[in-house]
Design a protein around this ligand. Sequence first.
Ligand SMILES: [Zn+2]
Ligand SMILES: [Zn+2]
Length: 85
Amino acid sequence: LKLKFAAPSGSWECPTCMVQNKAADLKCVACETRKPGSSSNDDLRLKFAAPSGSWECQTCMVQNKAGDLKCAACQTSKPGAESAG
Ligand SMILES: [Zn+2]
Ligand SMILES: [Zn+2]
């Protein structure tokens, strides 16, 4: 067996398939296992995702229902709301 040569700085080895991945890769290129120790901000964001279609008031941060065209608290119009007609 050859001595393992030093991997490029920042690269990481997939614990699942032992493939060397680049530092910039957040998932293994071979098996798509998540990079160990990588921050999971995306997971947190998903965990606190609002119900589908709901929207947050830019003014007072209140969560409104998808059907609401104005904020229930401060009457600010829904961002991107299309005016029918
Ligand atoms: Zn892998
Ligand atoms: Zn509001």
